[in-house]
Ligand binder design. Structure first.
Ligand code: DGJ
Length: 743
């Protein structure tokens, strides 16, 4: 079992081939951190790694002892108020107004497997021997409260997951004013912090900054994990790059407000903390109640950022995503949103579907505008019954007609929202998140339903289940198009108002859980104005996320590159759309749009009936090519090769390799043409160095070692002025290379 416990020194060592994570019970019975990094041999004692310093601390815990100051000790789940001045992992407000606590080690248990987290998404095991779990019980006797810290280490993955549970066993009301999921004090701060930041239509751009003394953090206060910051951060050594060097990844399995923070102290210790954002959060823990924090997934890699990403990808693909769609081939889809927006009728939809079917597309998705009286974005959210003017035979009719064509049918919902112009709002005006007497800010004319209330979730469940049960719907796009404001619930007492944002997310998870259990064969794709909720919490229910509303091929290079830091290709919806692109008005060729979208869960987002015969033929070939390679794309190992975020960023490349290394697909992209450039080659990754690969469409074959060391020689077609003509000349060009091992 990869968890050792040393009885005499009270040390825990979580160890597998990739990593070691070691901590101890300190003299004051709290937990002290000893080591996290590449695996080291187990031994009887690691106490020599524990360092105190005489007279260094300004505040000391024990009388007569000037060495034991929490201010300078590395800890596991620290508190504030007993000599540590850094930001703590938690704070408990007591009835006498005190926030000082002393949670001491009581006991622990170690077992195989990984328990679920009540009401929250989490990574899991299928066989018990895949992972071992340690639960440590800490107790504060004065207030009779306990904390259970849960650590799971996977056997064959460089992954540790952490979470915490608070239990009020006493008689007084406690208030959690901070309850993070994990905190760790790393030995030094010689790192750069990598984060995924952006906005609507430019989500998850990679930003890197050097750590400096003090706090550096990213957060969301928007009610969703957000496009502004993703609940992910990595600490990489300054010398580490995509393929080499130490990287520590932290990713939060949660879809609401979060905090991800690194505090560098006066001894260059880097305290990494992650959890529900304490800002505007309080949780009343009445006697007998428990509070479970969401999970943090920590990855250690000594093979650079790619190594870290691959650990996340494997884990999420295999042990976060659930249900039959985890492994099944995802359908090539066409979505009518950018083809019609709100302006469609059944004939128009059927025309699109018929043409799509002929080109090999498998799933038709009916987006926004099919319900209530929704001809624009001012009405009908909340009324999940078909608009008979547009769809005379309802969803039952259109879905049957589409399935009769031999396609699958998918449907858009935005269950968490309501327009004031709707039957639902007229019946239940008190069902929105708001504060009495205050302005109700809106976003896109809509209001957020109070999912902290069970009756609201029940209502949406009934409406959606009714549609799904009565029509052949195989796919649901679950959208969410605004952030929260004036956060309050009419159903909760004053002392619980700061719980609303978290209770809302629990309500969303509850609805997802009920629908995915009731309709396990439906493929769910989450969406929040594109990628405002691209997080592991959502992926636990919806195997795919609509990566961004921005489908411009050039911008998508950045978005998909950044997203791949933590999330696998099997989770990224990627569609070819029309030109000029609806978001940035750029005109890129159909070829490049296809080449970028191939590296994701593929589809189209345009009016296929308006395409020329030549374009349709190209679409047909793209769909055919994707289907031939979709197994590889969905399950293969992804490598980032050239970054759009590097200086210049003009050339981008990535590749995916099958697990048996017999096949690989390389995408190479040029944004702007360069006049008379030098020669270029691409160093491939992940191939079998002893095997010879043929490159489709060429006569050439090359050994893996050559392709990875001497590189794939790129054609001179990118050389601009040296050739008078050429398909690959000019801006926005791309090439796909398919490699197959020769028998
Ligand atoms: C935002 C989504 O990201 C789009 O794809 C589309 O579904 C619209 N909402 C519909 O309102």
């Amino acid at each position: 079992m990869p968890i050792h416990f040393n009885e005499t020194t009270k040390e825990f060592h979580l160890q597998n081939e990739g990593l070691s994570y070691i901590f101890t019970v300190m003299k004051n019975q709290q937990l002290g951190h000893l080591y996290y990094g590449k695996a080291i041999r187990h031994r009887d004692s690691f106490q020599h790694l524990f360092r105190t310093q005489s007279r260094a601390g300004m505040s000391n815990v024990f009388e007569g002892d000037l060495t034991f100051s929490l201010d300078i000790l590395k800890q596991e789940y620290p508190s504030y108020g007993t000599s540590d001045y850094r930001e703590p992992a938690f704070q408990v407000l007591q009835e006498d107004g005190s926030r000082t606590t002393q949670f001491e080690y009581v006991s622990h248990e170690i077992f195989q497997g990984k328990p679920g987290l009540n009401g929250l998404p989490a990574t899991y095991t299928e066989e018990n021997d895949e992972a071992s779990t340690l639960i440590i019980k800490l107790k504060d006797p004065l207030i009779d409260a306990e904390i259970e810290l849960m650590y799971t280490v996977y056997e064959n993955r460089s992954v540790i997951t952490r979470s915490a549970k608070f239990l009020n066993k006493g008689k007084q009301k406690l208030e959690l004013i901070r309850a993070l999921s994990a905190s760790i004090d790393l030995f030094d701060a010689d790192f750069e912090m990598v984060q995924l930041s952006g906005s609507w239509s430019r989500e998850r751009h990679v930003k890197t900054r050097e750590l400096v003394p003090g706090i550096q953090s990213i957060t969301s206060t928007r009610g969703t994990s957000s496009t502004q910051q993703n609940p992910f951060l990595a600490l990489k050594r300054k010398t580490a790059d995509e393929h080499r060097g130490e990287v520590y990844g932290f990713n939060f399995v949660y879809s609401g407000n979060f905090l991800a923070q690194v505090e560098v102290d006066h001894y260059d210790v880097a305290r990494v903390s992650m959890g529900i954002n304490p800002f505007d959060f309080n949780w009343l823990l009445a006697p007998g109640e428990e509070f479970q924090t969401p999970e943090v997934v920590m990855v250690y890699s000594d093979e650079g950022l790619n190594g870290m990403s691959q650990e996340y990808h494997n884990l999420y693909r295999e042990r976060l995503v659930r249900g039959p769609w985890r492994d099944e081939k995802r359908p090539v889809l066409i979505n009518n949103w950018e083809a019609t927006y709100f302006d469609f009728n059944e004939d128009k939809l059927l025309d699109i579907a018929k043409e799509s079917k002929e080109l090999g597309i498998e799933l038709f998705v009916l987006d926004d505008g099919w319900f209530g009286k929704r001809d624009d974005d001012t009405t009908s959210l909340g009324d999940w019954f078909a608009d008979k003017e547009k769809l005379p035979d309802g969803i039952e009719g259109i879905s049957r007609k589409i399935t009769e064509l031999g396609m699958k049918f998918g449907l858009w919902f935005e269950p968490e929202m309501v327009n004031k112009e709707s039957e639902l709002y007229k019946e239940h005006p008190d069902w929105i998140i708001h504060v009495k007497g205050r302005t109700n800010s809106h976003g896109r004319n809509q209001y957020v339903l109070d999912f902290s209330r069970k009756e609201v979730v029940d209502n949406l469940y009934e409406q959606m289940a009714d549609v799904l049960a009565n029509s052949p719907v195989s796919y649901v796009k679950w959208d969410m198009n605004r952030y929260m404001t004036e956060i309050g619930s009419l159903a909760l007492p004053a002392e619980r108002q700061s719980e609303v944002a978290h209770r809302y997310i629990l309500g969303v998870y509850d609805l997802y859980e009920r629908l995915t259990s009731e309709f396990p064969d439906v493929l769910f794709e989450s969406c929040a104005s594109g990628g405002a909720r691209f997080d592991p919490g959502m992926l636990s229910y919806a195997p795919q996320t609509w990566t961004s509303d921005d489908t411009d091929a050039v911008e998508r290079l950045k978005i998909q590159y950044g997203t791949s830091m933590a999330y696998p290709l099997s989770t990224m919806g990627a569609h070819v759309s029309d030109i000029p692109n609806h978001q940035v008005h750029r005109k890129t060729g159909l070829e490049m749009r296809g080449h970028v979208s191939f590296f994701g869960m593929f589809g189209y987002e345009l009016d296929i009936t308006k395409m020329t015969p030549k374009e349709k033929e190209e679409v047909k070939q793209q769909v055919h090519f994707y289907k031939q390679n979709r197994e590889l794309i969905q399950h293969g190992t992804f490598y980032r090769l050239l970054s759009p975020f590097d200086e210049g960023g003009n050339f981008v490349a990535w590749m995916v390799v099958s697990s048996d290394q017999k096949e690989a697909l390389v995408g190479y992209y040029k944004v702007l043409a360069e006049p008379n450039p030098g020669f270029k080659r691409l160093m491939l990754k992940g191939l079998n160095e002893h095997k010879e690969y043929k490159i489709e469409g060429t006569d050439g074959s090359y050994y893996g070692d050559e392709l990875m060391r001497a590189g794939l020689m790129l054609e001179n077609e990118f050389s601009g002025s040296t050739q008078p003509q050429g398909e690959k000349l000019g801006d926005y060009r791309s090439s796909i290379y398919k490699l197959t091992v020769l028998d």
